[in-house]
Design a protein around this ligand. Sequence first.
Ligand code: HEM
Length: 429
Amino acid sequence: MIEQQHPRTGGCPMRPGTDAVPLYGAGFSDDPAKLYREMRARYGTVAPVLLDGDIPGWFVLGYRELHQVTSNPELFARDSRRWHAWEHIPEGWPLMPFVGHQPSVMFAEGAEHRRRAGAISDALTAIDQFELRQICERLADGLIDAFAGSGETDLMVHYAARLPLLVIAELFGFPATEVPELAADIAASLNADDGAIAAHQRVAARMQRLVKARRARPGADVPSRLLGHQAGLADEEVVIDLLVMMAAAQQPTANWIGNTLRLMLTDDRFAVSLSGGRRSVGQALNEVLWHDTPTQNYIGRWAARDTQLGGRRIRTGDLVILGLAAANTDPQVRPDFSEAGADGNQAHMSFSHGEHACPYPAPEIAEVIAKAAVEVLLDRLPDVMLAVPAEDLVWHPSLWMRGLVGLPVEFTPAYTPIPAMGTPGALYG
Ligand code: HEM
């Protein structure tokens, strides 16, 4: 428990245990907003922290400091091979999937990053937003068909967690018959067990086959646009960047949907809209990005030379963690939600900022998916309500993602068409 204000003297991240906050172990993430408040009160805008295994890093809580870090990619760089702590990282370190260098857009820097990220932006910009909305509605309807007749479901498990991947799979041109296995392998690849690596390899093999097929016969899909882009990307580059996009899109968008449904089902201000109004869906989506943003923290950046940040001395090769949710609640910048809500204010850090931010137009694509998900659900099941008290909803114990384990609801059973073969409802059961 962090209690008092301390002067900003201690906290060298290379001397674990001196003055740093352990961000691991039971209970540390039960109430992240409280954790960030306490860290801010004690350390100010940049706090020394210890990750799993007492690995040190700097946690950026201040909005201005986060802006400074993300706007200076030469100083706070993405290539994790700069880290001076590699020799201390144990085998099987749980955060390895986030920091282990891969030759993808995520770890690329400078001109190479612009080449990769530019191709991604162009390939995503070519997606027609109107068609995307139609795809989302059709796939959302298919998922709802599978549970509408029963009068109850878990919206997180059977809806929010599934829809984004279905949409991405269609935008990538995966055959519908492959999608259930793809979804199962992606879920298995996120588990902390022995099957995770094999599942990830199956997903990668599937992506390789898709890229090979599109190289031979291009279609109207994201892989074909990347392959045909003037950046001249090699097949391996396209495969790894598609894998990054799929992972980057799936879980955050699923949590954006889940967190928005939770807000609308638990907050009286949205009760009217649940039975008809539509304006407030956009408002709820935006409010979630301020209060319960799906990617609450992001790891990270590595200092390219000695510098200062928030009054701290940062050394070359130090790890810097982006406290996106904490920056959103920085009292220096936080808008007053008490009267107007978050209406229209999109100055949050939820998609990060700068060169490595979530690439344009990915946030818009996520918004089309999330908005369609909420609106179609409310159209189909207008009297949907929580099946458990709001305080019984459980958040995943993750420092990185902010999402619910489950969202049990009940509603008047609705008519469902007999699922046709090939609809997502029929495939998922
Ligand atoms: C609610 C949904 C989403 C959230 C909250 C989110 C948030 C983020 C964040 C915080 C980053 C890291 C930025 C950084 O390093 O500074 C990121 C990167 C990225 N996101 Fe998103 N994202 C979302 C949806 C999507 C979607 C739908 C796509 C693709 C269709 C996407 C593709 C990417 C890619 C490719 C990167 C890596 C960019 C780079 O390193 O240059 N994201 N996203």
